[in-house]
Design a protein around this ligand. Structure first.
Ligand code: LMR
Length: 391
């Protein structure tokens, strides 16, 4: 029976990690998978995480099962950062831990499907795994253009998608640091999106995987909070992979907001049943570590400082790229107005291949670059290579 399975290509983005590692050119540049890098090209463990891990090592007395909801201390400690004051919205919001942001997206979509959602409106391009999860669940994807030709968000397209959505539809939105374009809605645009969602029967699903890497922890939550204030119910998929740098530990959380506080337990019992059938319970270590940080003022301060350093470096690289103006036919100036790790360059497949083969510069096949892969020591080489393949 198993011999009927056709071979599948490896995930294109994750395959880049191995291709890059196998390249022995010393001046290679990795602009592929979305991990933060320092100016020296490293992805170190945060000091706050190291300190919390030491404490976890000393304090943890058991590794017995916790249950499908994982570490609720972690889940609850994140809530003020995500949802602000009155983080439970009077008892209407509750959550559970998931294996990374992917687990949270998967759980949110599976729960939406169980509640009757059959179609999901998704701004394109999007993180490729969104479409894969939707396909795997058998949900129909209805795409709309996320960005206009001038490099700003296409507000008309998202408003039209929301206005055209019906009961049984969900709308999946990136809260900040859009993956892959780096093009976010402004606060004013979020207000309009929230108002449109308030008039719609569609269920909002907000994916917040890069909080703190754009404008700041509070600022990056503006849009999500505007939506939550306007609508009766919503689902939220959160990831700590980037803002705590715990990528391989798989640390995320799923939250639901119910119309009435009396409904939230029933909703979360369905989420718990889906989690049990999928992964039973999430891995503990990373969530426990984040909980230790968030319950300690000194470690929280250290973490927020480290996050600010990351954000400042990303903005510095963006400013430097924008300053370069153009590289061959590529206008780099919009990169200065975008946020987070990513931007998309208008490159043909053959140009992306030439950059890899002749210049040892690795990026996703969509032309997405992770700007964190650039630093003051390699940015000029990158701009020159880009100019040479597009002139
Ligand atoms: C990315 O988009 O590069 C990251 O979110 C990693 C992943 O899982 O795709």
């Amino acid at each position: 029976m198993l011999n009927t399975l056709a071979p599948q290509p490896p995930d294109a983005l994750l395959a880049l990690i191995k291709q890059f590692e196998a390249d022995d050119r010393s001046d290679k540049i990795d602009l592929g998978v979305g991990v933060y890098r320092t100016g020296e090209g490293d992805t170190p463990v945060f000091d706050a995480i190291k300190k919390a891990e030491h404490r976890l090592h000393e304090e943890q007395t058991s590794k017995a099962y916790l249950g499908p909801e994982g570490d609720m201390g972690f889940v609850n400690a994140l809530m003020p950062y995500l949802f602000g004051k009155d983080a439970t919205r009077g008892g209407r919001i509750s959550g559970m831990q998931t294996p990374g942001g992917t687990g949270a997206v998967r759980l949110a979509l599976a729960l939406a499907q169980k509640a009757g959602v059959t179609r999901v409106h998704l701004g394109l391009p999007s993180w490729p795994n969104h479409a894969q999860i939707l396909k795997d669940l058998g949900l129909e994807t209805v795409g709309f253009d996320h960005a206009s030709a001038d490099g700003s968000a296409d507000l008309d397209a998202v408003l039209a998608a929301i206005r055209g959505a019906q009961a049984g539809d969900a709308v999946l939105l990136h809260a900040c640091c859009h993956n892959p374009t780096g093009i976010d809605y402004t606060d004013e645009q979020w207000d309009q999106i929230a108002a449109a969602l308030a008039d719609s029967e569609a269920l909002p699903l907000i994916d917040i995987a890069y909080q703190g890497l754009g404008r700041g922890m509070e600022e990056d939550a503006y849009g999500m909070r505007a939506v939550l204030a306007a609508v009766p119910e919503a689902l939220i998929a959160q990831s700590c992979d980037k803002n705590f740098g715990v990528y391989r530990d798989r640390v995320g959380a799923f939250y639901a907001m119910a119309e009435q506080g009396s409904q939230i337990d029933a909703i979360m019992s369905n989420a718990a049943a889906l989690a049990r059938a999928n992964w039973s319970m999430p891995p503990d270590h990373g969530g426990a570590t984040v909980r230790i940080i968030l319950r300690d003022d000194e470690l929280t301060g250290l973490w927020l400082d480290e996050l600010e350093t990351m954000r400042a470096r990303l903005n510095e690289v963006r400013a430097k790229l924008a300053e370069a103006g153009t590289a061959g036919s590529v206008d780099l100036s919009p990169i200065g107005k975008q946020s987070g790790l990513f931007s998309v360059l208008p490159l043909a497949k053959s140009q992306i291949e030439t950059l890899r083969d002749e210049h040892a510069i690795y990026m996703a096949g969509s032309g997405r670059i992770n700007v964190a892969g650039l630093h003051m020591g390699n940015i000029d080489k990158f701009v020159q290579a880009l100019a040479s393949v597009t002139s």
